[in-house]
Design a protein around this ligand. Structure first.
Ligand code: MRU
Length: 350
């Protein structure tokens, strides 16, 4: 399953707001439309947002192309600023845009504009290809944690739809399943937007991986009844001490896992780490509109005028995380030290 397809002129995004009822690709031919798709969650999931923003940047650079270099650079800055404003929590968005801006900074006064535009397209293609590659590597490291068939609980959607292809948490599950080590996956429905029910259940069913859908408030009972051996979730931003922001509800799942002594794993590529943030306290948490809470699939489910709090993410403190599965291996506590080593390895690989 591909969340996005680039044809050289446009980016087609699998519209995730319509799944699973309608499988429809949105053909985006300008950067503003991709930005809108990110805002509206037509494309969502941290790595997918990053890759989509990279392609949006390519289109934005083409739309800004003009013979005056300074005017071009001014326009590019506004493209970059707009894309950065689309969603605040997933750091992969900012990571991908930093990569694109670095191409501009390093090359814009050295080469002609057509060549610069080509380089930007190459960079976006590389970001997308790397996302697929690291997901597979991560999946192998993650699957090696399971030596016998297990039942896994997951929250939100960290699958092919949340990435360019294959997935982070669901990538590990796919790999473990192919090795005969998945008995069943419990998918939390993930209120308020149902990424678990609409996307994770859909993806796993398509792959014939045994999946059982539960509402978020059933996770504790399922654990108490010994139906879950491990939890694997994705991440939107991981601080330098391992504190992890992920879809709202992840924190509660982590606490439940801790209470029931069930291992709780996070699967995320190195691009999800934000080394500039010492702890999760600094991670910006997106707050979304009240309509998502007061209405269920367009039908009003709360009184008029009710006060609503709708944080889209929460932060799980590092002490509740058994391991962080990355393309560099599985990090274990002490996360502070392991994440410092990860940063050094990433710098060596640059
Ligand atoms: C590999 S994706 C991990 C996370 O991005 C995912 O679990 C999540 O929280 C996505 O939130 P969303 O608001 O749907 O973009």
């Amino acid at each position: 399953m591909q969340s996005m397809l680039w044809d050289g002129q446009s980016l087609s995004l699998l519209n995730q707001t319509k799944l699973p009822a309608v499988v429809e690709y949105l053909k985006c031919t300008d950067y503003e439309r991709i930005g809108e798709a990110i805002k509206k969650l037509e494309v969502r999931g941290a790595p997918a947002i990053g890759a989509a923003a990279a392609f949006a940047f390519v289109l934005g650079a083409r739309q800004s192309a003009k013979s005056d270099r300074l005017l071009f650079l001014k326009d590019i800055e506004s493209v970059d600023g707009y894309l950065r404003s689309t969603r605040p929590t997933a750091v992969n968005l900012f990571w991908a845009l930093d990569q694109m801006m670095n191409v501009i900074k390093e090359q814009s006064d050295r080469i002609e504009l057509p060549n610069l535009l080509n380089l930007l397209e190459q960079k976006a293609l590389f970001i997308a290809a790397e996302d697929k590659r690291v997901n597979h590597t991560m999946a192998e490291f993650g699957a090696a944690l399971f030596k016998e068939p297990v039942s896994i609980l997951t929250h939100c959607n960290a699958g092919a739809l949340a990435t360019v292809e294959w997935g982070t948490a669901l990538g590990v599950i796919r790999q473990a399943f192919s090795e005969g080590n998945i008995k069943r996956v419990f998918a939390d429905e993930t209120r308020p937007l149902l990424q678990g029910a609409r996307l994770t259940a859909f993806e796993l069913q398509q792959d014939h991986i045994p999946v059982t859908l539960i509402t978020d408030n059933m996770a504790g009972w399922v654990m108490k009844n010994k139906m879950v051996d491990a939890v694997i979730v994705g991440a939107d931003r991981i601080a330098a001490n391992g504190d992890t922001a992920n879809k709202i509800g992840t924190y509660s799942v982590a606490l439940l896992s801790h209470m029931h002594q069930i291992p709780f794993y996070v699967a995320a590529p190195a691009s999800t780490f934000d080394f500039s943030m010492a702890t999760g306290e600094q991670i910006p948490i997106e707050e979304r509109g009240e309509f998502e809470v007061t209405h269920f699939q367009g039908i009003q489910s709360a009184p008029d005028g009710i006060a609503v709090f709708n944080p889209a993410f929460d932060v799980t403190p590092n002490q509740y995380i058994t391991g962080i599965i990355t393309e560099y291996g599985v990090l274990k506590p002490n996360y502070q030290e392991e994440i410092k080593q990860l940063k050094d390895k990433m710098e060596e690989n640059r």
